[in-house]
Design a binder for this molecule. Sequence first.
Ligand code: ZN
Length: 291
Amino acid sequence: MLVTLPPVYGWGVEGHSIICKIAQSRLSDTAADAVKELLPKWAENDLGSVCSWADQVRFRYQWSPPLHYINTPETCSYLYTRDCKDDDGVTGRCVAGAINNYTSQLLTYNSASNQSQYNLTESLLFLSHFMGDVHQVYVLRNPQSIENFKFHHDKTTLMSIITALACGVCIRQGRQHHRCPLVHKKGSSSPSEERFYDSNLDSMVAAIQQNITSEWADQVKRWESCSLNKTACPDIYASEGIKAACDWAYKGVNQDSVLEDDYFLSRLPIVDWRLAQGGVRLAATLNRIFG
Ligand SMILES: [Zn+2]
């Protein structure tokens, strides 16, 4: 029997895990307690270990795939009213709508009625995952909708970029392994290459956290803030993601491009930066939710 592995989307397990580990380290005591209570016991209070659950149930929960992305027209902008809908045109069925929805559900935690009508464990896992998805640089669009694709690199995962950077291997192109347009040549050992060469999650998390408290420290307040005293602000993150995709991920790239050191080395800081933003904002959102 031929077993086909499900395709890996977006950040992949590693990217989601990094975002959730960063987030969990920034929770207020109240939020940390709520997260601990809501996490499944087997997760042993490690939010990072369950942040890809939403990808695992993607096909079991048949209503859920459109919640992982946003299809924008061929522009570098995003508008909720125009873009946040599924293929049937149902408004709100995109990653930004999903973040709003699961935030609302989690706000019923500790509500007066004491018994939420929602499965808040699932709400937490969905929110934590979608907060990662909305911060993607490479895959904000539907991986299955070819007509909305400019490039086939959309299925490229974070780890495959890192692997390519570190090892000079081809990047796996989603389900199709035909040609490999992204090839990295081994170059000189720059600090960022060295860092990713022995990349393991904990050292990446530590490196990003280090940047959050130094290089990006003056941006963090802005990342955390949410307009109009809202609890979650996914529209801001989605707009940034579309712009980052235009300005960085796909800029100067077409399907036949051979991307070398300068591409990876110039884009990796953007990947780090988005992971940091995702982690900081997930924490800020959970802190607002749980008080
Ligand atoms: Zn996803």
